[in-house]
Ligand binder design. Sequence first.
Ligand SMILES: Cc1ncc(COP(=O)(O)O)c(C=O)c1O
Length: 392
Amino acid sequence: MSLDLSIRVESALEAQTLAISNTAKQMKAAGIDVVSLSVGEPDFDTPQCAKDAAIQALAENFTHYTDSNGIAELRETIAKKFREENGIVQAVASNVIVSGGAKQCIYNTLMALCNEGDEVIILAPYWVSYPAMVVMCGAKPIIVSGKVEHAYKVTVEDLKQAITPKTKCVIFNSPSNPTGMMYTEQEIRAFGEVINQHDCYVLSDEIYEKLTYGEISHFSPAAIPELASKVITVNGVSKAYAMTGWRIGYLHAPDHVFREISKVQGQSTSHPSSIAQKAALGALQYGSHDVRTMHAAFAARKTLVCELLSQIPGLRFHIPDGAFYVFISFDHAIDDVDFCAYLLEVFHVALVPGDAFGCKGALRISFAASEETLRKGIDRLAKGLQAYGSKQ
Ligand SMILES: Cc1ncc(COP(=O)(O)O)c(C=O)c1O
């Protein structure tokens, strides 16, 4: 008798980011003063308008199964958002699916697209879960790395070289987790031209869309008419509305892809929580002021973090265009996994090694924390770097 488990799942890596924040939480619970700059979630409270919508839904006993693609009013609101804010003129409610976070949207999409042997292009440094999800869906991740001297941007030439008849999908993430880098409209259009010469899809993960700071405006690939029939656009309320725990993400897909994604969701989870859907509706309808307030705080923190980091010798980083991370590389070779473990153990500051994002010799700082926490964490990083250097 064989007690083998799924090779697809066994060969997928666990999320290092979650592992690090779990260790940091355990250390905190044991009374250690740990500064956690590893988390990928806003430290703000969910806006009152979202909480009120949830409370009202409970009071009205809105606690039964919903349409498996999500409630009609929310899908309408999302389609309108895609049309008005993202220039996705073809967006309609009937092609919107609401899921348990952007994460589930991405997983459902890859499940719907991929066959054994297909290739999925992932631009590195990448969000930790993309390669694992691709592997779990039976496909092969093809990693195309951006260079540090180009702000980690992948070029059109890089894409041309990686794309083959086996490519099923290219995953885009702008603003990027972990680098905070954004592609310009011009760059995305140039990528679109390459992709249009092949039979492959684009999965555009736009979860950090609302958190941008520089001159680059967010641009959705699905707004390019010639590309639109190949693009699945993913977004959600986790980051922009500080609603990570509510687990609501959403996507818009062209007809034939929509039908398959809808099947995956219907046969696996049915739909996300009815109450959370109402809360997300409240956020999307009435939360724009809260988004602006949180955005202003993130922008101030970004400036502070970049200022503090620039005072530490031996570090290199690009000022993030968006999201809430700074991705740091070092002037000299460093084992990032060992260094992050050392920082947590000895200096009690949690950061994520670049290795988790497919980029060795770097680390990611999240600035989704208070000014006091950021100052303390960066001070520990500076001390840790010095001590680690003399230990080597
Ligand atoms: C790039 C990226 N995409 C998707 C997600 C998942 O977001 P959600 O909480 O909506 O599942 C995250 C969360 O960290 C992320 O950083």
